[in-house]
Design a binder for this molecule. Structure first.
Ligand SMILES: Nc1ncnc2c1ncn2[C@@H]1O[C@H](COP(=O)(O)OP(=O)(O)OP(=O)(O)O)[C@@H](O)[C@H]1O
Ligand SMILES: [Mg+2]
Length: 199
């Protein structure tokens, strides 16, 4: 089941994109943040219609995770599906990304096998993906979708990511980011992220 992400970016639609923002941008008509958001959302809407892996081990695979990013953003960015080459203010040193993703996938297979706790594994997987920060952009949307695909592949309902919490978009985002920061401080306690993801 494909669910629309309630944390999709919106607002400041008329803000022009700067030179740094458009590196690798494919559609030539896009000049504003609003046009970019719309193009990305169309791309993601199409990606949600594509077949999903049928087993967790097929999701927990670095080739699949890159393919998923390309499915979601490949109409808009020529670097979609490729690990970022540069350091950013979130995420690990880019040279360590390929190994970190492989390690994360292997660990997540063990978490599922040993604990059978799909929700906890999907939340941990999400938190680790965004903290590694695989790509130049789209990491939040990709990692939320990756967690949902993992849940689907295990026969579990995808997360709702706060869609039922009756919060404004700003409050939703700040609760989401707060739950990630809490997880940064204590990666063994994902209670807040799990509560948010199931709200
Ligand atoms: N301190 C933080 N501030 C902002 N984002 C953070 C922070 N820590 C982790 N993140 C994660 O990084 C994501 C933003 O990264 P990026 O811009 O690459 O993703 P995105 O999909 O474009 O964003 P969004 O989730 O806002 O749609 C957030 O969604 C969140 O998952
Ligand atoms: Mg972004």
């Amino acid at each position: 089941m494909a669910v629309v992400d309630p944390l999709l970016p919106e607002g400041d639609g008329h803000t022009p994109l700067g030179e740094d923002d458009i590196e690798g941008l494919i559609p030539t008509y896009i000049t504003t943040r609003g046009e970019l958001n719309a193009a990305e959302q169309d791309n993601i809407a199409h990606a949600l219609t594509l077949a999903e892996p049928s087993k967790p081990e097929l999701v927990l695979d670095h080739v699949y995770l890159c393919r998923l990013h390309k499915q979601m953003f490949g109409d808009v960015w020529d670097w979609a599906g490729q690990y970022r080459p540069r350091a950013m203010n979130i995420g690990i040193d880019p040279v360590r990304i390929p190994m970190a993703v492989i390690d994360l996938c292997e660990n997540a297979k063990i978490w599922i096998e040993e604990t059978g706790a799909e929700d906890l594994t999907a939340a941990r997987f999400h938190h680790r993906l965004v903290s590694v920060h695989l790509f130049r952009n789209g990491n939040g949307r990709h990692a939320r979708r990756a967690a949902d695909v993992l849940l689907n592949s295990a026969g579990v309902d995808p997360f709702t990511w706060g869609a039922n919490a009756d919060l404004s978009p700003e409050a939703l985002r700040s609760r989401y980011l707060r739950s990630l920061r809490t997880a940064d401080l204590n990666p063994d306690d994902l209670t807040e992220l799990l509560e948010f993801a199931r709200s």
